[in-house]
Design a protein around this ligand. Structure first.
Ligand SMILES: NC(=O)C1=CN([C@@H]2O[C@H](COP(=O)(O)OP(=O)(O)OC[C@H]3O[C@@H](n4cnc5c(N)ncnc54)[C@H](O)[C@@H]3O)[C@@H](O)[C@H]2O)C=CC1
Ligand SMILES: O=C(CO)COP(=O)(O)O
Length: 606
């Protein structure tokens, strides 16, 4: 299981069992869990490209808000290389949609194949175990602190230097042998004939993993029929019947994953086909997303288009974005330039990471040199002051044409992307095939990418969560406690839902990665710049001073005012989000705003 037992699940078990489980979890380090998980959930595209890339060689397997200091908005008036066809196949699985679960491979499907593979398995049990055991997984990101010994050359488990913020993580060289964490490997002997048959239907690789799991479990249990014991030396948590059900469900999920991945087509994957990607804006997130692509393919030319020649020089000479991501060494194939024509020439994709309020002017400036068929992958989150436009409207308006575009959003702090920590985002485009292409382009063992066609939903949620994060920061800065923070975020979620639905967002988007996922990250995560603005406001600082001392953008500040206009247009009342705008506009002290919201009429929940 990729994540620890949920609180909800934990609430249903006895304290003793919970304690046992917790001890198990502590014994099975994060890296072990991940390695186990990845070995099972292998992504064939990464597997294919990683052998070439050496990245993960053996695993996966115009109205300026002058008072807020915003500059005035400017109203605006053949590429080389080959991209894969838009019919590029799905290799990475979005687990969120119900329809994906429509036909999970059940025990007993394809019985003839199952029988054949079962026969194979009984004839060679050790061979398959060896195969699984010789397949170590590395999630370790080769991007390391500047001054470290290596960067992109590190590809095997445990061989890279510690990443910032993860120094306490045990070395992955102590990883499991593929048999997985305690509960799973110990439960393997109870996998009975139907489970084995279904595993066979899913393919030989799965069968190899099961054999490995069985063998490891037998080893752990002393090859006897006695009670299975976890590697941590603890008894299993659940009663046998429950455990075998859990194992069966897990196996079915893994078979489904395997068969889903097998539906891949032929042809080059997007990352294989690409040889150059341009990133508009070399701030923290542009650099992080560019670096994650650069790591996937060392031959890929990743060019950051910047305005600051000194920063450019720094990046090219020291391989470090000293201004926005100090302490991280960038992959060697990331470079920077201030020359837009040179940066864009020959690029197959353009990642747009320029703050929303500057995007129109920026895009107008590159319109002539940007080929009209290069897809823009927009990661900027916010609403344009003056027009109220979302980026999906700003882009065609600034370029004066319909450019292929995908909107990538979700809980994804730049620093954690740089650290190679597991991250999930959603790629939304009206063009579903393009969304899948971008899904495949960015997907890696560290990055899950769901697809969506709900561009409006993904964009509005990404913009609104920044405003809510400021409110969350204010509550934190005022030291109002956990209850207050949770109540505020819940209210904010409701307000985001009310407005998002009015503008056409789908419910699945609002509760998905770009909605709830990003709300949780930004409202609770210390790395959020928007939240940091709120914290400082709550502690009594003035907005002007906060902005003057910040080197990075907090999109929620500009977006808050726009949100109120949108709410009025759609006739929705948004107490918390409106209060944020009032505080930012210096019409209300943070503490007054909280008191006013607390004293609104008591209402029925909706
Ligand atoms: N940093 C993060 O963790 C994440 C940021 N984002 C979004 O990505 C966008 C960019 O954010 P960051 O990279 O974090 O911002 P940042 O503040 O770190 O960097 C902004 C970049 O834009 C450039 N820029 C500023 N004004 C410009 C102009 N007029 N013309 C051209 N370039 C200009 C800056 O020079 C800098 O390179 C924002 O919309 C943000 O909400 C999205 C997800 C995560
Ligand atoms: O959008 C983000 C993470 O998903 C980054 O949030 P901040 O801009 O508040 O740092």
């Amino acid at each position: 299981m990729p994540w620890p037992l949920s609180t909800a699940a934990a609430a249903n078990i006895s304290p003793l069992h919970f304690q046992q489980h917790h001890q198990q979890q502590q014994q099975v380090c994060w890296h072990q869990q991940q390695q186990h998980h990845r070995q099972r959930l292998r992504c064939s595209s990464v597997s294919r490209q990683s052998s070439a890339a050496g990245h993960c060689s053996s695993c996966c397997a115009a109205q300026p808000a002058a008072s807020q200091g915003f500059p005035p908005l400017v109203r605006p008036g053949s590429r080389a290389g080959q991209r894969p066809s838009r019919s590029v196949s799905l290799r990475v699985v979005a687990l969120e949609r119900d329809e994906d679960y429509e036909q999970p491979p059940e025990a007993g499907v394809l019985p003839d194949v199952a029988r054949r593979l079962e026969a194979d398995r009984s004839s060679s049990p050790t061979g398959s175990r060896k195969a699984a055991a010789s397949n170590p997984i590395s999630l370790t990101n080769p991007i390391i602190r500047a001054g470290g010994s290596s960067s992109s050359s590190s590809s095997t488990a445990g061989s890279s230097s510690p990443t910032p913020g993860s120094s306490s993580a045990p070395s992955s060289s102590s990883s499991s042998n593929g048999a997985g964490p305690a509960g799973l490997s110990a439960a393997a002997p109870s996998a009975t004939a139907p489970a084995a048959a279904a595993a066979a239907a899913a393919g030989a690789a799965m069968q190899q993993q099961q054999a490995a799991a069985s063998a490891a479990a037998a080893e752990l249990a002393g090859a006897s029929s006695g009670p299975a014991v976890s590697p941590a030396g603890l008894s299993p948590l659940y009663p046998p019947a429950e455990r075998s059900q859990i194992q069966e469900s897990w196996d079915a999920l893994m078979r489904w994953s395997k068969t889903f991945s097998k539906r891949s087509g032929s042809g080059l994957s997007p990352i294989e086909a690409a040889d150059k990607v341009v990133v508009f804006g070399g701030g923290s997130f542009g650099t992080a997303m560019g670096s994650s692509l650069a790591l996937k393919k060392p031959q890929l030319d990743v060019v950051l288009l910047l305005r600051d020649p000194y920063l450019c020089k720094d990046i090219n000479s020291s391989h470090c974005n000293t201004k926005y991501l100090p302490g991280f060494t960038l992959p060697r194939n990331v470079r920077a330039t201030t020359d837009a024509a040179e940066a864009i020439a020959g690029a197959q994709y353009a990642v747009h990471a320029v703050p929303v309020q500057h995007s129109r002017a920026f895009l107008t400036g590159v319109r002539e040199v940007l080929p009209k068929d290069v897809p823009i992958i927009c990661v900027s989150k916010g609403l344009e002051v003056g027009s109220g436009c979302m980026m999906s409207e700003v882009i065609p308006s600034a370029l004066g044409r319909r450019q292929p575009a995908v909107f990538l959003s979700g809980p994804s702090f730049a620093k954690e992307v740089m650290q190679g920590r597991p991250t999930g985002v959603v790629a939304a485009s009206k063009d579903a095939a393009l969304a899948r292409e971008i899904q495949e382009l960015f997907a890696s063992p560290c990055m899950r990418v769901n697809t969506s066609t709900d561009v409006t939903g993904v964009e509005i949620c990404g913009a609104l969560k920044n405003v809510l994060a400021i409110a969350a920061g204010i509550v934190e800065g005022l030291d109002l406690g956990h209850n207050a923070l949770a109540a505020l975020i819940a209210q904010g979620c409701a307000e985001i839902r009310w407005l998002s639905q009015k503008v056409g967002a789908k419910p699945a988007t609002i509760s998905g990665l770009s909605g709830l996922g990003d709300i949780m990250l930004t409202c609770y995560g210390d790395l959020s710049r928007n939240r940091a603005v709120g914290v400082r406001l709550g502690r009594g600082e003035k907005l002007h001073d906060i902005l003057a001392s910040s080197t990075q953008v907090a999109e929620g500040v500009a977006t808050a005012g726009v949100v109120v206009g949108l709410a009025r247009k759609y006739r929705v009342s948004l107490p918390v989000l409106t209060a944020v705008a009032q505080v930012l506009d210096s019409n209300l002290e943070p503490a007054e705003a909280v008191a006013a919201v607390m004293n609104l009429p008591q209402i029925e929940e909706r």
